[in-house]
Each structure stands twice: as structure tokens, then as C-alpha cells.
Ligand binder design. Structure first.
Ligand code: AMP
Length: 419
């Protein structure tokens, strides 16, 4: 899925580009079509998933196609804290920069008069409930042209005791409007609120996207034809227990695993073309340490639950941040530390910056001499192969393979059968 599939106005596409968003996040993929179609939406998603743009982009698109009411805003967004309100407003300004849509914040702690003036000049108002109710009570603002209401972090607003304010605000709005409610959790209070204000809502939901604290994230910029060499070098250099390597295709998973086996590693693979018994054999072997490397595709890897995985290596970058999160969620489990390593070449569509922005992490860029990204074609085809001594070091560092040296030259028949 790309942003082009939403057919956004050119001015919005410019905003998306200016923000360096390359691919929609899962909540955006799910919510944008529903909001564009005018449906009410119940969104179960946390901050950090890209949910602001999930409602901001389609709202901007709909505003471009509608006539403004004089001196009255069309969109009202309610948020629990000043910080979140400011952040949402910044997002609207950045994404809608070329659209000419005006937005303002209405929050406590600052003077009311500039806000009252801004209210009559803005198409979009991002407000904290308490301050907005004070303005309503003064008769200073009009809400009779609101066509879209967003309740962001609704569970937090209820926790903070804003329910009476929210009811007071909703009573001022036109009955005919689009309602979007976003919440990280679904306690019964939220369910009741949703039942009250949403009409035939579409539910969209994404898993928590948060980095596992115990996982370090590193990446190497390299070239596609240097990836195997770089991978072998990395395997030889560091201490591993079990390593899960992800490739984009089934074919690559099988080939890469075979290459690693031929180089002396205890490797198996898991991909969608295998029979259930082949999969089970590979998985059991990976779990019990017979194989300390498994090369897998994303679909096959969903069921992998193995606490001893110390490294997840993205031989190919995943297409979405959510998939990145799923992959790295396989390491750093059960209170252990884990390592996520990505080999990034120009062929990889998703960029490190997308992962960093959505997951709010900083990934460490690493280099290894001879494997950097250059514009030149590689001079020596096999220059990157690891030395035998390095391979031994990897094997001796692994806990699982006291037998592995004897298997080094040629994979056993059992392993060949599993591969
Ligand atoms: P939010 O959950 O809305 O607070 O967004 C979390 C972070 O992700 C913000 O820094 C956004 O700018 C960023 N973000 C939102 N959508 C995307 C996207 N499609 N690609 C990359 N970053 C994004």
C-alpha cells in the first residue's frame, strides 16, 4: 500500500512528501479510506502509530472539497493535554501546508482573546475540553458549523474527568456530522461513549507499536550483492545464541539458508511452500538448538515463539513499520536483551527514517569495511567471504553446537532434508 492509492489532492501529496512519509502506517492504511468515505470511525490505536495523520490527511482532503462557513470552524479535535493538542496542530500545519487550511489550538495557560479571534478565522480547531467549555460559557465561540468531530485519546480524556465537558461541547454541535473516536484502550466508559456518539462506526485497530526497551537497533547501508558477505561477516564477528534472519521471498529464504549451511553454519529455513511436517521439523530444530540460524519469510515467522533468539537480522528490510515491529518482537523476549540488525540496500523500499519516526527510536548506523554502499560495482566477487577462523569463532560462541564443528563442511542429511 502506498499513499498514491488514496488519490489525495496534489497539495496534500506535497505535505506528505514534506513530512518524509513514504508508506502509510497500518492505522493510516485502515482508517484513511473510511474517513474519506465519510464514515464514523472507532480507532483503537496509541500515539506513536501515526494515528494523527490517519485522521488529519482525510480531513484535509474532505475540507478541500467543501465550502467553508464564514467565521466558524468546520473541524473540531478534542485532546486531553496541551502538549498533544499542540502536536496535533503542528501535524495539521505540516501536512496541510500547501492546502491553505488554517488551524489553531485552544488550550489553557494562555490568554483567551487571541484564541477567540483565531476561532473565527480557522477551519480546524484543536482544543482541550476545559478551555473550550470556558469559551462556550462566555458565549465567545460558535460551533454550529462543525462537520467533523475527533475525540483523540478518548480513554485519557475520561480518566482526566473530562466527560462532563465533552458532553457540554457535543451538545453545541450540529447533529449531522462525522465522528472519529480514537482510544488506546476500550474500557466500558469508552464503549458507552462510542455507542452514544458514533453512528454505524467502522472499527480500525492496530497492535501496539513500541520498541521493546531491551532491543538495540542497528543498521548497515550496503549493496544487494554484498549482503551475503556482510551477513556472514556479522555472524562471524559477534556472539549469538539463536539468529532469526528475514528475507522478502520464499526462494531467498531457502537459498540463503543453504548458502549458510554450505559455509558451515547450522541453518534451517521456514517459508510458506513447506509442508506442515517440514515446518515443524525446522521449528523444533531451531527451538532445541540443533540449528542456531533460521532464515524465514514474514508469513512463516508469525508463529515463531523462541525465547533464545538473541539476534533478528533483516536481510531484506520489511515493507512496513508494523512488520519491522513484529520481526524484532521475536528477540529481547522474557526479560532478555536482543539485537535487531538491518541490512539496507537501495533495493529496500522502506527507509530507516520511517522506522525511527514511527517507533520514536534512534537506530545506530554501523559500517564494515568493504561492505559499504557505493555507486561502483564490486570488483571482486568473493572478496567478502569470512575467514575459516571467523566461522569457527561464531560456532564456538554459540551455546547450542558442541557438535557443530564436525558438521561444518557439509550439512547433515537430516538438515538437507529439512532445508
Ligand atoms: P502519531 O502516532 O500521530 O503521534 O505519530 C507518530 C510519529 O510518526 C510522528 O512523528 C509522525 O510524524 C510519524 N508518522 C506518521 N505517519 C507516518 C508515516 N506514514 N511514515 C513515517 N512517519 C510517520
Amino acid at each position: 500500500m502506498t499513499f498514491t492509492s488514496f488519490s489525495f489532492d496534489r497539495r496534500i501529496v506535497d505535505g506528505i512528501k514534506a513530512c518524509n512519509y513514504e508508506t502509510p502506517t497500518p492505522i493510516q492504511t485502515q482508517a484513511i479510506p473510511q474517513v474519506l468515505a465519510g464514515h464514523d470511525v472507532m480507532g483503537l490505536a496509541q500515539t506513536g502509530t501515526g494515528k494523527t495523520a490517519a485522521f488529519a490527511l482525510p480531513i484535509l482532503q474532505r475540507l478541500l472539497g467543501s465550502r467553508p462557513t464564514q467565521n466558524a470552524p468546520s473541524v473540531l479535535i478534542l485532546a486531553p493535554t496541551r502538549e498533544l493538542a499542540l502536536q496535533i496542530n503542528d501535524n495539521f500545519k505540516a501536512l496541510g501546508k500547501r492546502t491553505g487550511m488554517t488551524s489553531s489550538v485552544v488550550i489553557g495557560g494562555v490568554g483567551m482573546n487571541p484564541q477567540i479571534k483565531a476561532f473565527s478565522r480557522s477551519r480546524i480547531i484543536v482544543a482541550c475540553p476545559g478551555r473550550l467549555v470556558r469559551l462556550i460559557n462566555r458565549g465567545a465561540v460558535r460551533l454550529n458549523a462543525i462537520s467533523t468531530l475527533v475525540l483523540d485519546e478518548a480513554d485519557r480524556m475520561l480518566d482526566m474527568g473530562f466527560m462532563p465537558d465533552i458532553k457540554r461541547i457535543i451538545a453545541q454541535l450540529p447533529k449531522e456530522r462525522q465522528n472519529l473516536l480514537f482510544s488506546a484502550t476500550m474500557p466500558s466508559d469508552i464503549r458507552k461513549l462510542a455507542d452514544k456518539i458514533l453512528v454505524n462506526p467502522k472499527t480500525v485497530q492496530v497492535a501496539r507499536i513500541a520498541p521493546v526497551e531491551s532491543v538495540s537497533h542497528k543498521f548497515y547501508k550496503t549493496q544487494t550483492d554484498k549482503k551475503v558477505g556482510l551477513l556472514e561477516k556479522l555472524l562471524a564477528k559477534s556472539e549469538h545464541e539463536s539468529v532469526l534472519i528475514f528475507t522478502r521471498t520464499k526462494h531467498k529464504a531457502k537459498n540463503l539458508s543453504r548458502k549458510l549451511s554450505n559455509s558451515g553454519y547450522d541453518s534451517t529455513f521456514l517459508q510458506g511452500n513447506m509442508s506442515q511436517s517440514q515446518r515443524q521439523r525446522a521449528l523444533n530444530g531451531f527451538r532445541d538448538g540443533t540449528f542456531n540460524i533460521m532464515v524465514a519469510t514474514d508469513i512463516a515467522a508469525r508463529g515463531i515463539d523462541c525465547d533464545r533468539i538473541t539476534h533478528v537480522i533483516n536481510f531484506d528490510m520489511p515493507d512496513t513499520v508494523e512488520t519491522y515491529t513484529h520481526r524484532i518482537g521475536r528477540t529481547g523476549r522474557a526479560g532478555r536483551t536482543g539485537n535487531a540488525v538491518s541490512l539496507v540496500s537501495r533495493d529496500d523500499k522502506m527507509h530507516i527514517s520511517s522506522v525511527e519516526r514511527v517507533m520514536r527510536i534512534k537506530m545506530e548506523q554501523c559500517t564494515l569495511e568493504g561492505f559499504e554502499q557505493t555507486d561502483e560495482a564490486p570488483r571482486q566477487k568473493h572478496a567478502a567471504r569470512p575467514q575459516a577462523s571467523e566461522k569457527r569463532r561464531f560456532n564456538s560462541n554459540s551455546n547450542s553446537n558442541s557438535k557443530s564443528n564436525s558438521r561444518k563442511r557439509r550439512p547433515s542429511r537430516r538438515r538437507r532434508a529439512a532445508a
